[in-house]
Design a protein around this ligand. Structure first.
Ligand code: MG
Length: 389
């Protein structure tokens, strides 16, 4: 039996500097920071992290200043992740690192952008945002004299790859092994994954209501919303809508986060691990919702899919976004001379038996790194005769 309350130091199955598999390029330890605090700081100072400010979740960045962007989403994910990690006495710094890094590889225009780029890349190895996040931290960030990328710890990189195809797993070496052997990532990585899901489902309720694309009346079909909304309305009958919505959403988040902590604690006790290898060898996830709360959460998720993500105004925006991504890919892939010099050099200096694949990858890297507004302005520069180059 684990005594959760008496012990305060991280548990032996938490990732720590002692059981870490370390970095790709050996570095002397930092005197004042753990390896995972250092990982987190490198992410915060990266260019890709700053760009998240102008990348979309659901709404295009210029639609309003109050909607979530990938940056504020990542901060919310890390807040939820840290709370869960701390309650379960796991490595809070590593959890924060993975949460902050999890969306670094996202294209402009959210999932519409990723789907469009994936379609463009179909014959050239495809495009997957998890793998792109790993490319960002492993290769694309150019910050340090001694190594390419950010040289993060194995555990941070492992957490960034949430899922991947068997074909890609084979190319990932040590990082891909767990997908082939059906093993689990660290509990910290599992937390980041579920924190992402909790964050976007709940903040999309807030953004969806703010935009007017969904109404309070309609979303009261969702038990997770309705139950908390009833409590709030009974307790505060005269509350204005905005405060009523926020008060409801915060209680929804509290319900699911508390449930994840309790359910995960129960599963860990049942699994009775001794070390991190026992965690990796588990058949299923140890960090999860209980069955009834998963059902409540899934109901919310399918409501959002039907009523927000497939709302005609959102679909009109995503259709336009798809068109922009396709046109940019086509233009840069056909004529590498249109690429900025540093990308053009990479696409032409590559000595390979597969030059087309590599050229396509350079174009995908360039497009994936764009913010929403940058993609729109490059598109206008290339295709709108009234916009000067
Ligand atoms: Mg996310």
């Amino acid at each position: 039996m684990i005594d959760w309350l008496i012990e305060h130091s991280p548990l032996p199955w938490a990732v720590s500097a002692t059981n870490s598999r370390g970095r790709q390029y050996a570095e002397p330890p930092a005197p004042m920071r753990s390896p995972f605090q250092r990982d987190r700081d490198r992410i915060i100072h990266s260019t890709a992290f700053r760009r998240l400010e102008y990348k979309t979740q659901v709404f295009v960045n210029h639609e309003g200043d109050l909607y979530r962007t990938r940056l504020t989403h990542s901060l919310e994910v890390s807040q939820i992740g840290r709370s869960i990690a701390r309650s379960l006495r796991l490595n809070e710094d590593l959890t924060e690192t993975i949460c902050l890094a999890h969306d670094l590889g996202h294209t402009p225009f959210g999932h519409a952008g990723q789907d469009a780029l994936n379609a463009c890349m179909r014959e050239y190895g495809g495009f997957e945002h998890n793998l792109q996040s790993l490319r960002v931290v492993d290769e694309l960030e150019e910050k340090y004299a001694d190594f390419p990328g950010l040289n993060l710890t194995f555990e941070a990189r492992e957490g960034i790859i949430k899922h991947c195809s068997t074909r890609n797993a084979r190319e990932l070496g040590e990082l891909g092994l767990r997908f082939l052997e059906r093993r689990q990532p660290s509990l910290e990585a599992q937390i980041a994954n579920i924190a992402d899901e909790i964050a976007y489902n709940n903040h999309d309720v807030d953004d969806g209501l703010r935009s007017g694309l969904i109404t309070i009346d309609k979303i009261r079909d969702v038990p997770l919303f309705r139950d908390h909304n009833d409590t709030v309305c009974n307790q505060y009958p005269n509350l204005q809508d905005r405060r009523q919505i926020h008060e409801t959403v915060r209680r929804m988040i509290a319900e699911v986060v508390t449930d994840v902590i309790n359910e995960s604690r129960r599963r860990i006790e049942h699994a009775d691990p001794e070390n991190i290898e026992d965690i990796r060898a588990q058949k299923g996830l140890l960090i999860d919702f209980s069955d009834p709360v998963r059902e409540r959460h899934l109901y919310l998720k399918s409501f959002l899919r039907e009523n927000l993500y497939r709302h005609h105004e959102v679909l009109q925006m995503t259709a336009k976004a798809r068109g922009i991504i396709r046109a940019l890919f086509e233009a840069f892939f056909t004529d590498a001379g249109l690429l900025p010099p540093e990308y053009m050099q990479r696409s032409t200096s590559i000595d390979s038996t597969l030059p087309e694949q590599l050229r396509a990858r350079v174009v995908a890297d360039y497009i994936a790194g764009m913010t929403d507004r940058y993609a729109i302005s490059v598109h206008a520069r290339l295709f709108d005769p009234h916009v000067s180059v």
